[in-house]
Ligand binder design. Sequence first.
Ligand code: AMP
Length: 285
Amino acid sequence: MLTIRTVAELRAHLAPRRRAEHRIGLVATMGALHAGHLSLIAHARGECDVVVVSLFVNPRQFDDAGDLTAYPRDEARDAELAAAEGADVLFAPGVEEVYPPGFATTVSVGGPSERLEGAHRGAAHFQGVATVVCKLLNMVGPDVAYFGRKDHQQTVVVARMVRDLDIPTDIEVLPTVRDADGLALSSRNARLSTDERERAAAVPRALQNVLETVAGGERDAAAATAPARAVLADAGAQVEYLELVDPDTLAPLDRIDGGPALAVLAARVGAVRLIDNLLIDPKVN
Ligand code: AMP
């Protein structure tokens, strides 16, 4: 696996492969790789001739300076893990390579970025995500880019941007990888204390609880999420939002008799903010 730090080198490396019609896949990450990231890389390896893993802690998507400072960074470990999963290129640019002096452009998606994470973290969060993903797609020019379902709203925002800006990349969304107790893997989990890590299991448990409440026949969204709120309160998790939304538009649902709904949740356990989601299909459940 090659580690590349500049756009010029990346383009030079990929150009002959593109000419040979090799299928290029991109897995965009902020590092601190875990089994969730590795599942994306493994999937890309199975589908592509060239797998590029990008590693860039994007300062523009952090709404909390402390979160950015505390974000775990270990490039040597990430490089080892990405290589072991079969990545061909680790693209690890510095901040100045991505945002050179005078950088003045922001990609703002509107629509699906306005609620949930956009409302709680501020508009700058998804503007930061959209801007960096747009840039990475332009830098790499992948045929396909892989994203995790864990960040569902991000996948909707990215898919909308790709459609609206005619970016010729397919967006593939892959399932959330979880720990044995259900907690979705996240680079931020490392910051949970032992006690907080135990209490954090209430997050997936709450989502499962919504699924079971719906399976028990409840169709009113407020009533379907009420017992889950108690699960989170018992664990001392502070809920930012827990809602049932339309999976495609992210619009809030009052009732769920139509098609599938997505239960979306953001909660703080101690100082760590966790997000998760679960698809709930009233016809199946
Ligand atoms: P991040 O490094 O947090 O920006 O995540 C990079 C990519 O990995 C994003 O597409 C995430 O949605 C995805 N990802 C993060 N955690 C998980 C997980 N537990 N399961 C599957 N994908 C994940």
